[in-house]
Design a protein around this ligand. Sequence first.
Ligand code: G6Q
Length: 545
Amino acid sequence: MTETRKLTQTPEWKALTEHHGKIHDTHLRTLFADDPERGKQFALEALGLYFDYSKHRITGETMQLLVKLAEGCDLRGRIDAMFGGEKINLTENRAVLHVALRAPIDKQIMVDGVNVVPEVHKVLDKMAAFSERVRSGEWKGHTGKRIRNVINIGIGGSDLGPVMAYEALRHYSQRDMTFRFVSNVDGTDFAEATHDLDAEETLFIIASKTFTTLETMTNGRTARAWALETLGDEAAVAKHFVALSTNAAEVSKFGIDTANMFEFWDWVGGRYSMVSAIGLSTMIAVGADNFRRMLAGFHEMDEHFRTAPFEQNLPVLMGLLTVWYADFFNAQTVAVLPYDQYLKRFPAYLQQLTMESNGKQVTTSGERVDYETGPVFWGEPGTNGQHSFYQLIHQGTKLIPCDFIGFTRSLNPHGAHHDILMANLFAQSEALAFGKTEEEVRAEGTQDWLVPHRVFNGNRPSTTILAESLTPEMLGKLIALYEHSVFTQGIIWGIDSFDQWGVELGKVLAQRIMPELDGHANSELKHDSSTNTLIRRYREQKGNG
Ligand code: G6Q
């Protein structure tokens, strides 16, 4: 039996700790002054993405040591294991094959001895045929009207990807249709999504891998009741409801004909499922061709990740930089700042991808880690964030590495808007890196007492990702970039990035509390004194008391 490898005891980790000790105070001003070519030296161009990581607190040696760390953790072997269909989601004993969802038809990806690529394409073709019928108006509602509204009901991985992709690709979407997304079990979500819609023209997509998720099943039942209130006839369900799931038995039980079910498989994790059948709403919105363009972008990044040397591998570099700040600078968060309105839901999407994947405290062998794992990801589109939280990034006490994402060409060119937008992006990363010294502030004639308030220390790191325009391909590449960066981090930290046991406890406790909310004020409660009091107060105000 081999002894478990302790990350912090490895020579690679120790070398990084020592190296950090030497360079952590070095200012980006110095690094740039010492090397006039730094801006080009620490930049990579691949797949139409320009990835500038020169404004990071790194030297050539840092990157070499980080790459050694990745090698020491057998990142190469783990990538091959994922692409090879091994059951790398250890705690759930599952393969992790979202890469198969975007593999071209001539690829072979085996799970338990079966090539899954033909199955994937069969479902894609079925989705394409259905999408086309809905978009063209051939698919009619129960009363013969064409479908004008599509509502995706799902939560977590069955919602965040579809919402983000719809917003990101809105430019390419069918404009005479309305797309909405209901996720929250709060009845307000459903009520607001449907209040102005005609049930005769509305298609519900019930998106749930398990088809047992409380929120989605509750919203799904409400949707059925809402639709039938107008349509009257149970037979209408077949025209107004489709299911996206791995669980045919539960889909039938719910009352949806499995002919109207688009399937996927247990080797697709929820937060990695937006290009499986879970992407049906995206496909109806933008059409099968654009959806396939997005898949092609994903695939290009998959292949880049699988084959490029680590030094020139975008997701690997991004993942290593995340580890560098989380573990050696003790940075708690990463801000993702897209300078594109269409990417407004991208940070929210990344929150799940990154934090559900890498918010873990034990290694795959069950040992408590003695280092930091997944940082908090957050963000808002620029320039809005600048008038909100950027103050803290510039002058606060915390170190917050930032990802700036921008495009050379706007999909909506209006006068000077785009130049103004991009000037702001470039200015922010410059200001964060170089700041403004006390001397500079004084030279402006600032009064003494104001000087400390107007000094920007700088040395605040950022990556800038620049692409030509937000095409479906580019969206696929960007998402896959983050997916594989998350994978890289997870391998280094030795954790299972593909399970999510942390969401279980709350679900179980909610099941226990639900009947208690309906009970009599006097029935015995066996929680702690805080929870008991909250429940009693709720019952009383609700009128049960
Ligand atoms: C994602 C998680 C989680 C999941 C939702 C919805 O990785 O597993 O967010 O997607 O809980 O689950 P269902 O699709 O089964 O309803």
